[in-house]
Write a protein that binds this ligand. Structure first.
Ligand SMILES: Cc1cc2nc3c(=O)[nH]c(=O)nc-3n(C[C@H](O)[C@H](O)[C@H](O)COP(=O)(O)OP(=O)(O)OC[C@H]3O[C@@H](n4cnc5c(N)ncnc54)[C@H](O)[C@@H]3O)c2cc1C
Length: 287
């Protein structure tokens, strides 16, 4: 049962930040409520004040600039991202990932800001945005700060967000020429949370040599994990499926998966190995 709380509905980002600074750890932001209401019902959080920002249109946008790249406001829904023409054209891996995230009903209401703030290690957007080099901007009455998304996650369901801060925007840089990306999660039911997910981005030079590789593993540890040794194995190399299988093995040794009711640690490592190999092939072929 959800305990009683005061429902607050700010009219602007400024007003939301003022409420956060006043109520601090006694409050929680509510956006789509797809995750917050579950943890409130389970009694895991019991805020005195719930600050509803879902209707704040000043945080609901998708913008693209040829130099600055993509900017997504925090209250933008998963469905809007999935359906965005500019995202489909410039970052198809984001649109594909969103298309496999939950049901249409959940995507229609859940938001990118809520997903990242919730920091479920099985969340789909984080690994994809991390390999794309995304940054996240947090705002409070004291000002704004921007960090790489991969630095935002601290532990299970824990981020760098301070009590008075709100996620404002996510930025994704323009992809360098000859770059390819791929993401796949392994799950038993389509659009369910991933037992493991792997995102890969590779950039090649004109001779087909990999000049940059980013591999991010979802639900293979407490936070999304960069498989840096596996990345190192493919940088400087050309397309080579044996090498990709080796990189998969390396990635499976770099992660820290747990055993739970969904899968054993051993099976998760196996999935990381297989998906990393497959996503390296897919990212290369996407160029
Ligand atoms: C049935 C179901 C299936 C799902 N399947 C998937 C899946 O396959 N993959 C996946 O990745 N996710 C999945 N989810 C999770 C869902 O996508 C996200 O958790 C959801 O989008 C969270 O967004 P929200 O707007 O509903 O956030 P809320 O539930 O409103 O908030 C979640 C948390 O974020 C905080 N918060 C929200 N917005 C902000 C902000 N702007 N700044 C700071 N803090 C903020 C809240 O205080 C709360 O702690 C599923 C959820 C459901 C219910």
């Amino acid at each position: 049962m959800i305990h009683d709380f005061h429902y607050l509905r700010p009219d602007s980002l400024q007003e939301a930040m003022t409420m956060l600074s006043e109520y601090g750890d006694r409050s929680k932001i509510l956006c789509g409520g797809q995750s917050l209401l579950i943890v409130m019902r389970q009694g895991m959080v019991a805020p005195e004040y719930v600050i509803d920002i879902k209707h704040l249109n000043e945080l609901n946008y998708i913008r693209f600039d040829e130099k600055k790249g993509l900017a997504i406001g925090a209250t933008t829904t998963h469905r809007a991202i999935e359906k965005s023409d500019v995202i489909k054209r410039r970052y198809p891996v984001i649109a594909d990932m969103e298309n496999r995230l939950a049901s249409i009903q959940t995507r229609n209401w859940g938001t990118i800001g809520g997903n990242l703030a919730h920091a479920d290690p099985a969340g789909d957007p984080a690994p994809v945005l991390i390999v794309l080099g995304a940054e996240i901007t947090l705002a409070s009455l004291k000002g704004e700060r921007t960090m790489l998304l991969e630095e935002f996650f601290v532990d299970y369901f824990t981020t760098q967000l301070n009590e008075d801060e709100i996620i404002k925007e996510i930025n994704v840089p323009v992809l360098p020429p000859r770059s390819g990306c791929a993401y796949q999660k392994f799950n038993l039911l389509r659009n369910d949370m991933g037992i493991v997910g792997v995102a890969v981005k590779v950039t090649l030079n004109e001779a087909g040599v990999c000049t940059d590789a980013k591999i991010c593993l979802g639900n293979a540890g407490r936070v999304p994990i960069r498989a840096r040794k596996a990345e190192g194995a493919v940088i400087g190399q050309k397309y080579d499926e044996k090498l990709f299988a080796e990189a998969g093995k390396i990635a499976s040794e770099e992660c820290e998966p747990v055993s739970d009711i969904h899968a054993s640690e051993e099976f998760r490592r196996h999935l990381v190995s297989v998906l990393t190999r497959r996503m390296l092939v897919a990212a290369w072929k996407a160029i």
